[in-house]
Design a protein around this ligand. Structure first.
Ligand code: SF4
Length: 280
């Protein structure tokens, strides 16, 4: 049984929060560059060039790439032979978020509850999902998820008779309604199947897969490719200014569901797609 101390998790999480906000991932940065060479609109090209410059400045000066520094969302792959000592895992993650956001001068965006709207003052609580896996490692995946793109996300319980065409139609309708409000170019995360809450989780989880990595199931991978092309024909473009780059990528996760159900969740991520992974 491997032991991981509470304080080590706090330190790791604090660093992840800062690195995520200052340094755009290589996958997103490369996708910007690729889009710049393929974008057909001059305005779209100009916006992409500004996004690249923005990411360069954020990295060089170690400042946040966006004023919205996001909700800290974690997926923890927790080996069942790994034991956390010195305190609760979720408390360690929250302490790390408070430290990282506080010491990094990152905006605090979380409120105590949706009714009183009072800011918690340290960007906690984080949203923490834990998956028990084999082994003795703890793998922390973190994203700083922007509020604008999250607000334009949606879930619908389709009918099985709607079929795959109904699924595609629904996904396109969500992206169309989002328009510029989700801060495109987007990474579109899609969950299909499960039940109401599992479907939303699948959509979120899909966003942790780096840009350009296709789903291992060839049918799901083909659906991802088809959706990238359809979404990019919508003409929304970078920052909604028009163009051929509305989505940098589409990710799909699909799972078993009830015979009477066809849940579909669309979790939009903005161009400030900030993610980090750490292994303890
Ligand atoms: S949705 Fe993303 S790009 Fe838009 S304001 Fe929020 S973090 Fe920034």
């Amino acid at each position: 049984m491997k032991e991981i101390h509470y304080k080590d998790i706090v330190e790791e999480v604090a660093g992840m929060c800062q690195r995520a906000n200052y340094n755009l991932g290589d996958d997103v940065y490369s996708a910007f560059k690729k889009a710049l060479s393929s974008e057909r609109s001059e305005t779209g090209k100009e916006v992409l060039a500004q996004l690249i410059e923005n990411a360069d400045i954020a990295q060089a000066e170690q400042v946040p790439m966006c004023q919205d520094t996001g909700t800290a969302v974690f997926i923890v792959e927790l080996g069942q032979d790994c034991h956390v000592t010195g305190g609760l895992l979720v408390n360690a993650i929250n302490e790390g978020v408070a430290k990282g956001y506080g010491e990094g001068y990152l905006r605090n965006s979380m409120i105590y509850n949706p009714l009183n709207r009072k800011n918690t003052g340290n960007n906690t609580p984080a949203i923490v999902h834990i998956e028990l896996v084999e082994g003795d490692q703890m793998v922390l995946h973190m994203t700083a998820k922007g509020g604008g793109a999250e607000n334009m996300s949606a879930l619908k319980m389709l009918k099985p008779s709607d079929g795959i065409e109904g699924v595609k139609e629904y996904i396109l309708s969500v992206v169309k309604v989002a328009g510029p409000n989700a801060c495109p170019p987007l990474i579109v995360g899609i969950g299909i199947g499960g039940n109401f809450e599992r479907c939303a989780y699948l959509a979120k989880k899909s966003l942790f897969r780096p840009i350009g990595i296709r789903h291992p199931d060839p049918d799901v991978a083909a659906l991802e490719e088809e959706l990238i092309a359809s979404i990019n024909r919508l003409g929304i473009g970078p920052q909604g200014m028009g163009g051929s780059t509305t989505a940098l990528d589409v990710k799909v996760e699909a799972e078993s569901c009830h015979i009477a159900a066809l849940p579909v969740a669309v979790n939009l991520n903005c161009h400030a797609s900030r993610h980090q992974t750490a292994v303890l």
